[in-house]
Each structure stands twice: as C-alpha cells, then as structure tokens.
Design a binder for this molecule. Structure first.
Ligand code: AMP
Ligand code: GLY
Length: 430
C-alpha cells in the first residue's frame, strides 16, 4: 500500500507515526517532510497547499490513500480534486470544510440545527459591530470568520478591547481576508474539551477526548497560539459527557451538513465548553487538532488506518469503535522565543541521545534537516514532546522534564500543561 501524507507539522508527524504502526509494510510519502518525518517517509517536494500539483503527482505515483492534515488544503478543495481523479482520500470536501473555514457558516448551521452554542451575530460593517458590542457589554468574544491559524478569536473583558478587535479585523484587515467578516458572540464560562469524531458523512467513531492549552503563558495567560500542549484522557469527559456530546452536538451537526448537500467525511473536531447549562460548541475544526493528535494517537490501540480507509472508500462506520490503551499522555510544545509573535529561524536544535523511547516521543513541527545533517528550527512551534505514563502526573512530569532537555537558542515551553487535571488528581488522592 502507498500512502501520501499532506502536511508537515507536528500533527502530521504523529499521524505518520501512527499509520506506520498500523501498516508496517506500507510505503509512505509526505509533502516537504519536517526533520522528524523525513526518516520515516519519502519526500514529495510539492507544497501541501498546491492541490493541482499534488493530485497529479498522486495519480502518477499510484497512491492508494491520501491523508490530509491541515485545514488550508481542505478549505481549498483538495478532496474534491482527488475524488474527481478517482483517488481515495481522507478528509472533508471543500463544502463540508466550511464548518471550520467560515465561522459565520458554522454558527448559522448550528443555530438551524439547535446545537447549543454561544449567541452570536455576524458583521462586515464596523459601525454595526461596535453598536452591537455597546448593546451587549463585556465580556464578549470577537472572531475573524475565516482561517487564522488558531489566532483569530479575541476574548474581550471590556467593551474597549472589543472595539479595538473590531477595528483591527474590519478596519485594518490585520487578519487579511479571514477578517473581512467577523462573528461576535457571547462569552461562555466553563472548562474546554476537544472531542474528535471520525465521520463517514452520517455515522461516526469517537476517539479519546483531549484538552489543549491555547494561551502562550503559564496559567493560560497571554495571546492565543496554535496550542502549547495537551493531555488525554480528560477526567471530566465521563461516559455521560461523551454521550451528551454525541447526541447534542456531533449527530445533529452531521445531519445538518448532510442536509446542506455537504456530508462530512473525515475528522470532525468539536471544541466544546462544559458550561453550567451543559456542553456548548466553541468551534469546529475539519481536521485533527495540533497538538492534541500528539497525545491521542500514541494512546490509540486499534487501527486508525482501517477507519480512514473505510471512510475514503465511501463505506459505513456503523458499528465500529476505537480502543485506547490504559494510562495517560501529555505533550509539551517547545517553541521559538517570540512566538506567537515574530521569532527567529535557523537555530540549531539539540535533542539528547537516548531521550526518545517507547514512552517518550518527540514529534517535530518547525524543524528541518540541513544538507550537512544539522537539525534547525523553521517555525514557531518547533516540536511537541509526548510522554506516556500510568497516571496523568507521571506523564506530565516526564513530558516537562524531556521538554527542558531540548535545546536551541530562545527555546521556551509551558511547565504547567494539564494543570486542571493535576488539581483534580491531587484532590482525589487527598
Ligand atoms: P476559537 O478560535 O473559536 O477556537 O477560539 C479560541 C479560544 O478562544 C477558545 O479555545 C476559547 O478558549 C476562547 N473562546 C472562543 N470563543 C469563546 C466564547 N464564546 N466564550 C469563551 N471563550 C471563548
Ligand atoms: N489545538 C487547536 C487546534 O488544533 O485547532
């Protein structure tokens, strides 16, 4: 079997790692692989976003399955293009990917399907947006409707902050085209939970949920990032909570997309808020989470590849399940100084010999191996260090200790990944 991975971040390194376990004899290819992926696959020197060139390459190289990691190519219609050429591909169509690529579309869909979410209004006009903020008061949340690499939501504690966010998005176009339309919504209070469903358009299989940390600073402070760390399992995700997520969120959302003529096939990521009134949708993504994938897949025992092939071949997932090994996984992202703002690239990375093992995995993101063999930084999030242990605390301690040993100029990480879970664990033990 010949499998093409589109994308080259930490999520794609984790997907490649898992699919290689599921299919040890398959041949793997990846688009411009990072320094951690390169030894695991053959490199395809085409940009992940070059849909036309990739579909031609996959057809010419007899690829049996293509797995698309990032939202960009999905929103650009990579799946439609591959399917038009008769190629099997795992991911949603362009129309179904709007669940992530247009927050305005997602919010309208949820409202129509009576899926619980924050009340909202959509604006493309500054004066109207400001007027609505004055009417609602703070706290309030201002979001760019389009794709903004996880940085397009501004949680505002004062009306002035909200007005500034509106000016920045609609006035100064600081988020480019993604911010020409904005969604302003009610602030929801509660703890967040990321729920992942492999979907065939109608039926779905839930994977183990995770919790991530989007803020750059310790204690969840500072600006939003793509994600600074994650852990799984999450003890608040009880069987009852997952049943509620399936019934009130995933099932009606899939039905609404199918009714729109855009059935969702691929990985649906529901970002949920566990509020006093029950679960509410914060956002949807049309792909795996990064860095949540780096904790979910190392714990997944059953085959992910089987589920992906079933979906890509248009078969039903009804009656299928996924199994998870016992224990916990925690990942700590090591980032470049300055991220999520401006940062340097090209610093030499030192990963100590013997650091990696069966229960300690370093998933690369912004790294590249130079011609002379040196590993250097190429991005803001450089790598995610995943530890697996019998308990949350053992995994968290091992992940943090290993992150501290990855060395490059300006490296930083959060030492408090999973702090809510640690508090719960300590309370249970005392
Ligand atoms: P999003 O890009 O929509 O996922 O938002 C990024 C982060 O902003 C979320 O993970 C939440 O922490 C926060 N956030 C977004 N919307 C809301 C909301 N309505 N109420 C409270 N927090 C929110
Ligand atoms: N970790 C958040 C995301 O992947 O969107």
């Amino acid at each position: 079997m010949r499998i093409l991975m589109v994308g080259n971040g930490g999520r794609e390194h984790a997907l490649l790692w898992k699919l290689r376990r599921d299919a040890p004899h398959a041949t793997f290819f990846a688009t411009k692989p990072n320094g951690g992926m390169a030894p695991l696959c053959e490199a395809v020197e085409i940009d992940p976003g070059d849909v036309e060139a990739l579909s031609g390459w996959a057809a010419a190289h007899r690829i049996d399955l293509t797995v698309v990691g990032p939202e960009g190519p999905l929103a650009a219609g990579i799946v439609d293009r591959f399917e038009a050429k008769g190629l099997a591909v795992f991911g949603p169509s362009r129309a179904a990917a709007r669940i992530e690529s247009s927050k305005a579309f997602a919010k309208e869909l949820l409202r129509g399907a009576h899926v619980p979410t924050a009340d909202h209004k959509t604006f493309s006009n500054q004066a109207g947006a400001v007027e609505w903020v004055r009417e609602c008061g703070a706290p309030i949340v201002v979001k760019a409707s389009g794709l903004a690499a996880g940085k397009g939501a501004v949680v505002c504690t004062t009306e002035e902050e909200a007005v500034a966010a509106i000016d920045s998005m609609l006035g100064d176009l600081d988020f480019g085209e993604a911010g020409r339309e904005i969604v302003i919504e009610e602030f929801m209070e509660g703890e967040e939970l990321s729920v992942f469903a492999v979907c065939d358009g109608r039926d779905f299989v839930l994977l183990e949920p995770a919790q991530d940390h989007k803020r750059v600073g310790e204690g969840d402070t500072g600006p939003n990032t793509g994600g600074m760390g994650a852990y799984s399992p999450v003890s608040i995700a009880s069987a009852a909570v997952l049943a509620e997520a399936s019934r009130t969120v995933i099932t009606p959302t899939l039905a609404a997309l199918a009714a729109e003529g855009a059935p969702f096939k691929g990985l649906l990521y529901a970002g949920l808020m566990n509020t006093a009134e029950g679960l509410k949708v914060v956002e949807f993504n049309c792909r795996f989470g990064d860095p949540e994938t780096q904790v979910i897949l190392p714990l997944m025992q059953s085959s992910l590849l089987d589920l992906m092939i079933t979906v890509a071949e248009g078969r039903s997932l009804a009656g299928r399940t996924a199994t998870t090994r016992p224990g916990a996984a925690v990942t700590t992202v090591v980032a470049s100084g300055g991220y999520p703002g401006a940062y340097d690239k090209g610093h030499t990375i030192h990963v100590p010999d013997g650091l990696e093992g069966e229960d300690l995995l370093v998933f690369h993101a912004g790294t590249r191996v130079q011609n002379d063999g040196t590993l250097v930084t190429t991005g803001g999030r450089v790598c995610a260090v995943t530890a697996i242990g019998p308990t949350f605390a053992s995994a968290a301690d091992a992940s943090r200790a290993a992150a501290a040993r990855i060395d490059f100029e300006g490296a930083f990480y959060r030492s408090d990944i999973g702090w809510r879970e640690r508090g719960r664990t300590e309370r249970r033990e005392s």
